[in-house]
Design a protein around this ligand. Sequence first.
Ligand SMILES: [Zn+2]
Length: 93
Amino acid sequence: MHHTAVRLLTHPLNGSHAETARFMSDYAEGDLRGYRRFRLARHLARCEMCQAAYRAFLATLTSLAALGRREPEPKPELAEAVVERIRAEGEGA
Ligand SMILES: [Zn+2]
């Protein structure tokens, strides 16, 4: 079989680095559907380069999610109460 024909036949099945990079975020967030999702999964399973890129992407997502879960800022009233108490203790000493 001619080499070009092989490429034309395997690309739709196995996807490409460019396609994987382009739709990686959709894939990670579960927004990718159907044949494109299948092709990305298939490409990722076979391509170490894209696996590494995908892992790095997931690590970024995880750290962004961790930022989102950060403890809320202390309430201003609480901070004032602490300052008041410190001030009172300073005057008492
Ligand atoms: Zn790849």
